[in-house]
Design a protein around this ligand. Structure first.
Ligand SMILES: CC(C)(COP(=O)(O)OP(=O)(O)OC[C@H]1O[C@@H](n2cnc3c(N)ncnc32)[C@H](O)[C@@H]1OP(=O)(O)O)[C@@H](O)C(=O)NCCC(=O)NCCS
Length: 339
């Protein structure tokens, strides 16, 4: 029979089970320190897509047995020539051409939709840990993709926080940020800040180093923020935010968010942290991050670790993270294939 590729049928529970099991197995090999992928989040693109994302999901079978899967995310509000891709093969069925078959199907879909670029990430070893063999990079290079951006995942061990040091940093940040006041919220952005959150989120890609990735500034408005919040609600993702309001203007000018998947109480992701360029130099990045750590811990007593990704070249953000106690845990590379 060989390899066959077909769209994932959302009503086919057995195949969905197999696809999730493969994703958990693949992650357990590449990144065993992460919690198993949350099933609710994993399946959500089928019924609760993020605004501006059109998801295509397909499965490869080897002699009739599910052996791998891939998803293509076509962007409809911005970056309409770009597609992000996730592609995974069951560790039990590798090096038999399943990955290549999934990739070729994705390329066909991309061409049908007039896309020009595919972007995907692979886990890579940290410098100095070359003993680890990770297949993603070899595969990406074999299909002609180019490494475009190097990232590092850093981890904060919340059980080993240096509390006196954090208290000192927080005091310094408060002193440096006279004229700004801290605000906190969970899950939904208060209505008075939603336009500012949209502005901050929309300009993130202007500031974060993108290496050779061809990715344009995203068009984010209040409606898109609310749509994203609904999609995250459907995934059961718990979010904690801290921000800084510029008292003279009443605007929210700095924002940091941490999130936890529905399936985890011990693991969180540090998501966005951004300070409006007009308000930099007042330690607002450090302030919102430390305040948000307190905020998340107050609601999540079992929280033990927080992971975050930074571009290896993002020296300012990395310096803040290292001050808080984040340390490198894994490498990651974003690959780009232009067709
Ligand atoms: C990367 C991955 C998808 C490859 O799946 P696969 O079915 O084994 O890939 P294929 O058999 O189609 O391999 C295609 C080519 O990739 C290269 N390749 C794949 N795995 C490799 C490895 N472990 N070492 C060296 N080269 C490798 C080879 O050139 C291979 O061709 P060859 O077997 O004729 O030499 C799979 O290992 C995986 O799921 N990894 C985790 C997730 C990931 O990194 N996904 C990729 C990016 S989104």
């Amino acid at each position: 029979m060989g390899i066959s590729v077909s769209p994932l049928d959302p009503a086919d529970q057995a195949t969905l089970d197999a696809v999730h099991r493969m994703a958990v197995a693949a992650q357990a090999v590449d990144e065993p320190d992460l919690p198993p992928l949350c099933r609710r989040r994993f399946e959500a693109p089928l019924r609760h897509p993020m605004p501006g994302v059109d998801t295509h999901w397909w499965v490869a079978r080897l002699d009739g047995v599910p052996a791998g899967w891939a998803r293509l995310y076509l962007h409809t509000l911005d970056n309409t020539e770009n597609a992000s891709v996730e592609l995974m093969v069951d560790p039990a069925y590798r090096r038999r051409g399943v990955g290549r078959a999934l990739h070729e199907h994705g390329l066909r879909l991309l061409r049908e939709h007039g896309g020009k670029r595919l972007v995907g990430s692979t886990v890579t070893a940290l410098p100095g840990d070359e003993s680890r063999q990770l297949p993603g990079a070899a595969f990406a290079a074999a299909v002609g993709a180019k490494p475009a951006l190097a990232d590092v995942r850093r981890r904060l061990d919340v059980t080993a926080l240096d509390r006196p040091r954090l208290a000192g940093l927080l005091a310094e940040a408060r002193e440096a940020s006279a004229g700004y006041r801290g605000v906190r919220w969970s899950d939904h952005t208060p209505e008075e800040y939603v336009a500012d959150v949209a502005y901050l989120e929309g300009r993130l890609l202007l500031d974060a180093p993108l290496g050779d990735l061809e990715w344009e500034q995203e068009k984010v408005d209040a409606e898109r923020i609310r749509g994203t919040e609904r999609a995250l609600d459907a995934r059961g993702v718990r979010r904690y935010s801290a921000g800084a309001v510029h008292e003279a203007s009443g605007r929210l000018v700095a924002w940091s968010m941490v999130s936890l998947d529905a399936s985890s109480t011990w693991h969180a992701w540090q998501q966005i942290t951004i300070v409006d360029p007009d308000h930099r130099g007042h330690r607002l990045g450090l302030l919102t991050k430390i305040e948000n750590l307190e905020h998340a811990l107050a609601h999540e007593p079992e929280l033990r670790v927080i992971d975050t990704y930074n571009a290896a070249a993002n020296t300012h953000m990395i310096a803040i993270n290292e001050q808080l106690g984040y340390r490198p845990a894994a490498g990651s590379t974003d690959w780009q294939l232009t067709i």
